[in-house]
Design a protein around this ligand. Structure first.
Ligand SMILES: C[S@@+](CC[C@H](N)C(=O)[O-])C[C@H]1O[C@@H](n2cnc3c(N)ncnc32)[C@H](O)[C@@H]1O
Ligand code: SF4
Length: 351
């Protein structure tokens, strides 16, 4: 029963007549590894903003190492992209590098996507749940999945990575969200407490589980820590943040640094998910932090479809088909099929 309930939540409410023809074409292209495709993306990752209130040291936004302009997505342009491809889209992730709740129209962004039957996911550092009316606005926006990041069971450990954070504010914010969701009698969004397991907080795992229970979230989720492979201090950061428990690391240590425990052999992002940054630039995936492989601009170059089916994307699909293992971008990608443990330390449904 729980599985069926989750499946219904995840699949959203959308007539197959709207999404299935495109989905079938995209899946067929992926199976055959076709380079030039006629389908559109059936998932989106949209960056409302790449500005942030925190300074997490291995996040390029937080570390201040992001090599692209910062700003907020324009609502007119967001509407236009949903109008263009939204009918075929099943799933939307509304964050990339930055804090989505800094965007003044985040709830409206969720509402517009949900109105098209799209399942919407948001991850947040959790500092914006202080006002009951605003919390209700986001809970009733059609959002399906709200991930709140709490990376420690105390202020002391949390602020080692979440620099500038307030443990109390996030904890009480989650409490308010859960309380309001119950008062509204809603099953969605799924409230997911994510804990990034690192050296300084691994001893708090038990306390975090207990806290998740106490707060009454729906899901408690443990994520392995990633280090920006473009960071010149990669080795130092790895030493500081990788947990002692090697099972909960996505990397294994080598004499010259670290490498992923397994390497990607194929990529489904380039057939399924268009990543659209706040300014419209389209890149292969969320690992292209610094816009190294920009295929075009959804707002300037004729729309999402034109870029998705264009020459630069086609050339990239071709390159991945033949030499994904040599591609520097893909070297540290944890999305290796069959290796969930690269991404997730453990996952537990609380209720
Ligand atoms: C870059 S953040 C942007 C969204 C939001 N600001 C947040 O922190 O949730 C996107 C996701 O990456 C996660 N994240 C941040 N730093 C990470 C790290 N070093 N390793 C793995 N995941 C990380 C966040 O917890 C979040 O779920
Ligand atoms: S809160 Fe999110 S976007 Fe902000 S610095 Fe931390 S990980 Fe990066």
């Amino acid at each position: 029963m729980r599985f069926l309930r989750r499946a219904r939540q995840v699949l959203g409410q959308k007539s197959p007549f709207r999404w299935a023809p495109n989905w079938l074409r995209a899946r067929w292209a992926e199976l055959r590894k076709t380079e030039r495709i006629t389908s559109r993306p059936y998932a989106l990752m949209v960056e409302p903003t790449n500005l942030c209130n925190l300074k997490c040291p291995t996040c390029p936004t937080g570390a201040g190492t992001l090599k692209r302009a910062q700003g907020m997505m324009d609502m007119g342009k967001y509407r236009a992209l949903l109008d263009e491809v939204g009918d075929g889209v099943l799933d939307l992730t509304l964050h990339n590098y930055g804090e989505p709740f800094l965007h003044p129209h985040l709830a409206e962004m969720c509402r517009l996507a949900a109105a098209k039957g799209i399942t919407v996911h948001v991850s947040t550092n959790g500092h914006f749940f202080t006002d009951r009316a605003q919390v209700r606005e986001i809970l009733t926006s059609g959002l399906s999945h709200l991930k709140v990041c709490l990376d420690g069971a105390s202020q002391q450990s949390m602020e080692v990575y979440r620099v500038g954070s307030s443990f109390e504010k996030v904890k009480e914010g989650i409490r308010l969200v859960v309380e309001e969701k119950r008062a509204l009698g809603r099953s969605l969004p799924v409230i997911d407490l994510q804990f990034i397991l690192m050296r300084h907080n691994e001893h708090e795992l038990g306390r975090m589980r207990a806290l998740a229970q106490e707060l009454g979230v729906d899901l408690f989720d443990i994520k392995t820590v990633g280090i920006d492979d473009d960071d010149p201090d990669f080795a130092k950061l790895a030493e500081k943040y990788l947990p002692r428990d090697a099972d909960k690391r996505r990397y294994e240590l080598t004499p010259d640094g670290a490498r992923l425990k397994a390497q990607v052999t194929k990529c489904n992002w380039i057939y399924r998910t268009a990543v659209i940054n706040w300014d419209g630039s389209m890149v292969p995936c969320c690992h292209d932090t610094h816009d190294k492989h920009v295929f075009g601009n959804a707002f300037l170059d004729g729309g999402v479809t034109a870029v998705w089916q264009g020459n630069k994307y086609t050339a990239f699909r071709k390159a991945l088909r033949t030499s994904i293992r040599e591609m520097p971008l893909c070297k540290y990608c944890p999305e290796v099929e069959g290796f969930d443990s690269l991404y997730r330390g453990e996952e537990k449904v609380v209720r």
